[in-house]
Design a protein around this ligand. Sequence first.
Ligand SMILES: [Zn+2]
Length: 195
Amino acid sequence: MSSEPGAIQPLIILLSQENIDIGGLSENRHESNAVIAALLAGERLAPPAPLPPESFTTIEVMAVRPSLVNASRDWSLLHDDFSQRLLRVFQRMQEHGYELALIEGYRSPERQDQLAGMGAHVTNAGAYQSYHQYGLAADCAFIRNGKLVISEKDPWAMRGYELYGKEAEAMGLTWGGRWTLMDFGHVELRNKRIR
Ligand SMILES: [Zn+2]
């Protein structure tokens, strides 16, 4: 079977400009797709209970992501295929001893523009240029002792991000940790058949 993504749709090209993906396609792509399909056909996973709003306004969180307060964390606004893959990543991470939390899922085009206006360190994607607008991307962070940990300076969190990236890629997701503008908590589902 040959299904090389030779004819990439223009929209995908536009979306891919958010960041440069330096990860290559796996040679075992078809094999891993079959494994993922079998996993997804199994038990449906339910999202974890939402964190209280004050988790997103701690000094530590406000220092790195001040705009999180208004972010959507509604799992039902994420594409079902994507959320089921992500929940399996959550499950695997729990087995590694890391509790994950969704910190931002669906993002309206208005909010995307607002974030882009804050500068390239926040995002270099404008409205409709991010998978967040299609319910196909999520930003996640760790919970340690009941507190949200969003840090690249914390060795425990960095070890977690590495595992998270591996598990996300095993579920066919694209991980922002490989981008030039590294975004360790970001994962997205690039699938032209979905849109
Ligand atoms: Zn993101």
